[in-house]
Design a protein around this ligand. Structure first.
Ligand SMILES: *Cc1c(COP(=O)(O)O)cnc(C)c1O
Length: 362
C-alpha cells in the first residue's frame, strides 16, 4: 500500500541524533511523526505519516465507552553498522491480528504493519538515541472510532504507530532484582476471556492489583489462575523459574496467558543458550516448596520492555517473604539477559529473519 508523507518542515525536525548525557527514561519521549490508517466501509484506507500531535475522536467513540482497543510493543536497535533493525516485528504484527480477532476488530495485513513501522522509523531515524543499551520502542495500537452508544463491534477503527526513544531499561546496570506479590485477591484473566490478547482493557483491569502490590513494596502481582492453583504470569511479563540443573520453566500458554515473544524466543534459543527451556503448568504450592528447598534457584519475568526481570523475593499478604536463592540476580538469568540483548543489538548473530533492517527511503 502507498503511504502518504505529510511531514513537518525539515527545519522543525530533529536534525541530529539524540545524544543524551543522562540515561533516557523508558517510554516517555516521542519522535516527530506518527503513522495513521483508518478502517472505513470495510477496508483500511488513507495510510499516512503525519506530525505527532493530538487527533480528534468522536465523544461517542466505542473505544472510549466500551474499551474496544488494543496495542503492541516492540523494539528497534542500532547495530555496529549504524543501521537500525526491528526485532521479530513479524511476530508483533501477527499477534496484533490475534488480539484483534479476540476483540472483534478487523485484521490489518502483516506486511502493511511492518512496512508502516519501517517507514515511520525511517522518517524519524535521527531520533534514535545514541546511548549504551538504548532502543526505539515501537507502539502500534488500534481503537474503535464509531460514534455509537449501542454495545456492538465498531464499524470504523484507527490503527496508529508512535515511537519512543528509550534509554536502557536498567540504567544502573542489571543489578536490582524485583519483588512480586503473591495474592489470591486479584486475577488477570479467566478462560474464555481476553487474557490472550493485548487488550487495553486488560491493563485497565490490572491497575488496582498493581496499586495493591505497591503497598507490599512489590512492583507487580504474580497472577494465579482463577482457582488459585497455578502460576500464570505477571501482567506485563511472563513468569519463569530456573531449577538447579539450569532448566528454565515458563508456565504453559493457555488462553489466560499472553504469548510473550520474549518467552517464545528464549524457547527457540535454548540450544544456543545451552539451557533446557520447557513449558508446563506450574502449581503454586510446588513452586513455593521448591524455592524453600533450593531446588528452584532463580525466577523472574520475560517481556520486551525489560527483557529479563529477575525476582529476588516474593511477598505474601501477611508480609512474609520468600527469597529466591540468595535474593540476588542469578547467573542463568544474567546469561539469558546478556545473550538476548547481545543478539538484539547485533553483537551476537541472530537466527535468520529475526532482525529486519530499516531501509533508507526518504
Ligand atoms: C506484552 C505482554 C507480555 C510480554 O510480551 P513480549 O512480547 O515479550 O513483550 C507479557 N504479558 C502480558 C500480559 C503482556 O501484555
Amino acid at each position: 500500500m502507498d503511504i502518504a508523507y505529510l511531514l513537518k518542515p525539515k527545519s522543525q525536525r530533529r536534525k541530529e541524533q539524540l545524544k543524551p548525557t543522562q540515561p533516557l527514561p523508558f517510554g516517555q519521549l516521542r519522535t516527530d511523526h506518527m503513522f495513521l490508517i483508518d478502517y472505513e466501509d470495510g477496508e483500511w484506507q488513507n495510510a499516512r505519516i503525519v506530525p505527532y500531535e493530538p487527533f480528534t475522536i468522536s465523544p461517542g467513540a466505542i473505544a472510549l465507552h466500551y474499551g474496544q482497543a488494543l496495542f503492541e510493543g516492540a523494539k528497534a536497535f542500532m547495530h555496529p553498522d549504524n543501521e537500525i533493525y526491528t526485532f521479530r516485528i513479524d511476530k508483533n504484527a501477527k499477534r496484533l491480528n490475534k488480539s484483534a480477532e479476540i476483540l472483534c476488530m478487523p485484521s490489518i495485513d502483516e506486511k502493511l504493519q511492518i512496512q508502516a513501522i519501517h517507514a515511520l522509523i525511517d522518517v524519524d531515524r535521527l531520533w534514535f538515541p545514541i546511548q549504551n543499551g538504548a532502543s526505539l520502542y515501537i507502539r502500534p495500537f488500534m481503537f474503535a472510532t464509531e460514534d455509537s452508544l449501542g454495545v456492538h463491534p465498531s464499524k470504523s477503527y484507527r490503527y496508529a504507530i508512535i515511537l519512543s526513544p528509550s534509554g536502557p531499561y536498567y540504567p544502573e546496570g542489571f543489578t536490582k532484582p524485583i519483588r512480586l506479590l503473591i495474592t489470591k485477591k486479584f486475577h488477570r484473566a479467566v478462560s474464555g476471556g481476553t487474557g490472550e490478547s493485548k487488550a487495553a482493557g486488560n491493563y485497565a483491569a490490572s491497575l488496582r492489583a498493581g496499586e495493591f502490590a505497591k503497598q507490599f513494596g512489590a512492583s507487580q502481582v504474580l497472577y494465579l489462575d482463577a482457582q488459585n492453583k497455578y502460576i500464570e504470569e505477571a501482567g506485563a511479563m511472563n513468569h519463569y523459574h530456573i531449577e538447579k540443573d539450569g532448566t528454565v520453566v515458563i508456565p504453559e500458554f493457555t488462553d489466560t496467558v499472553l504469548r510473550s515473544i520474549t518467552s517464545e524466543s528464549i524457547i527457540e534459543l535454548q540450544n544456543s543458550l545451552g539451557l533446557k527451556v520447557i513449558q508446563k503448568r506450574v502449581a503454586l504450592d510446588e513452586f513455593i516448596g521448591k524455592i524453600k528447598s533450593k531446588e528452584i534457584i532463580e525466577a523472574g519475568g520475560f517481556g520486551t520492555a525489560a527483557v529479563v526481570s529477575p525476582v529476588g523475593e516474593y511477598v505474601f499478604e501477611d508480609n512474609s517473604i520468600l527469597t529466591v536463592g540468595d535474593g540476588s540476580i542469578g547467573a542463568y538469568s544474567r546469561k539469558i539477559y546478556e545473550y538476548y540483548t547481545g543478539l538484539q543489538t547485533g553483537k551476537i548473530a541472530a537466527p535468520n529473519g529475526w532482525l529486519k533492517k530499516v531501509e533508507k527511503r526518504i
